[in-house]
Design a protein around this ligand. Sequence first.
Ligand SMILES: [Zn+2]
Length: 74
Amino acid sequence: MPCSSIPTPISTPPNRDRVHAICMYCQAARVNKTTWLPLQEGEKPLPRVSHGVCPSCYDQAVKQLVLEIRGLSA
Ligand SMILES: [Zn+2]
């Protein structure tokens, strides 16, 4: 019996029919688990998005949080 549910490989640019995660900080679009692409200049945001945080912004945000927490407890 053929299996029709095998996911097709995700290629770039992002498939606009899918729901995409967009970095809430830099607006990069998640292409797959490890790849985030910045939106091109003037490119419209993808129609169906959920917000996330890309790895580089995540690092920045965590560092900022740590600094703030240290500041609060000092
Ligand atoms: Zn980002």
